[in-house]
Design a protein around this ligand. Structure first.
Ligand code: ADP
Ligand code: ZN
Length: 307
């Protein structure tokens, strides 16, 4: 059996896992993303974690196909660079492939995190039967991985699908990128925590907002309806542009579950332009929090849609 190490670098946490050729995680861990230390120091922590996972899993060097890294964009996947992600603000032109490669003499592959998660959902998740689907992650930021005709749409540098900075409602005010009303500045976990804290006048995380929602807090319910509508707008944009058969939605914020999915479905049923588009299946990611690491590991296995 061959194995790969998957590394999913997020704005909140870094997940590292040893994954076998069937996509089974045999050993994994999660460390917090520390943005107070230089990127090189954080990468050193990631390297230590990779070593620990290799040791703990008992995978031998000659069984290790490679290390796959999923990271937030913008990046340059071909050249192995993390360029300037808004959610890793100090990480500018970081040659992550080279840095990780110094400690591990195996192939190192880099891909946008949402693209990696999309590959995982295609491989063993919610879209194994789909040749045309879009994976959307609503987490610290928002991104998408687009699979058309069974192939991942990469674009020039591997940044296709970076939908977080698609403008959905300019009235919402300025985003970190300089535009007004970007999807991510309204509906990401970061944005939800910020806005809900303003509404209730107390410091809240997106998870706490989720609990208040479940408890039926009226102001939070009203506010979240707006957020769900904006996610519906994004879904319609994607459906009209790419004509997928399915949307798979994951990331921490998708824990809002059925109320969020129903809201998006209703918006799509009403506003997608094409009658078949209105019936696009909208489902929850099957691999949940693990899509990122499994997809990152999958980059190392030569599976048809990943080329
Ligand atoms: P990352 O962005 O590091 O890949 P996640 O996909 O877990 O990580 O997304 C983290 C974001 O999701 C944070 O903003 C967090 O507050 C939010 N989040 C995590 N759990 C929940 C939940 N149950 N309900 C709503 N938001 C959540
Ligand atoms: Zn923006």
């Amino acid at each position: 059996m061959n194995y790969a190490i998957g590394v999913d670098i997020g704005g909140t946490k870094v997940a590292v896992a040893a994954v076998d050729e069937q996509g089974t995680i045999i050993c994994q861990s999660v460390i917090p993303t520390n943005l107070q230390i230089p990127p090189e120091a954080m990468i050193a922590e990631i390297q230590q974690e990779i070593s620990r996972i290799i040791e703990k899993s008992g995978v031998l060097v000659d069984q290790l196909t490679g290390i796959g890294i999923g990271a937030p964009g913008p990046l340059d996947s071909r050249n192995g660079l993390i360029s300037c992600p808004p959610n890793l603000q100090t990480w500018v032109d970081i040659p992550i492939r080279e840095l990780i490669g110094r400690s591990f003499p195996v192939p190192i592959l880099l891909e946008n995190d949402a693209n990696a998660a999309a590959l995982a959902e295609k491989w063993i998740g919610a879209a194994t039967e789909n040749e045309n689907f879009i994976y959307i992650t609503v987490s610290t930021g928002i991104g998408a991985g687009i699979i058309t005709e069974g192939q991942l749409l990469k674009g020039l540098k591997g940044n296709a699908g970076d939908i977080g900075h698609m403008v959905v409602d300019p009235s919402y005010g300025e985003c970190v990128c300089g535009q007004s009303g970007c999807l991510e500045s309204i509906a990401s976990g970061t944005a939800i925590a910020k806005r809900a804290s303003e509404i209730l006048g107390e410091k809240l995380t997106a998870k706490e907002v989720f609990h208040l929602y479940q408890e039926g807090n009226p102001r939070i319910i009203e506010y979240m309806q707006e957020v769900f509508k904006v996610l519906g707008v994004a879904a319609v944009n994607m459906i009209n542009t790419f004509d997928p058969e399915k949307l798979v939605i994951g990331g921490g914020v998708s824990e809002f579950g059925e109320p969020m999915f129903d809201s998006i479905r209703q918006y799509v049923q009403r506003y997608a332009l094409n009658p078949t588009g209105r019936k696009t299946e909208i489902v929850s990611a099957k691999l949940g929090q693990q899509a990122g690491v499994i997809g990152a590991a999958a980059l190392c296995f030569h599976i048809e849609s990943f080329k």
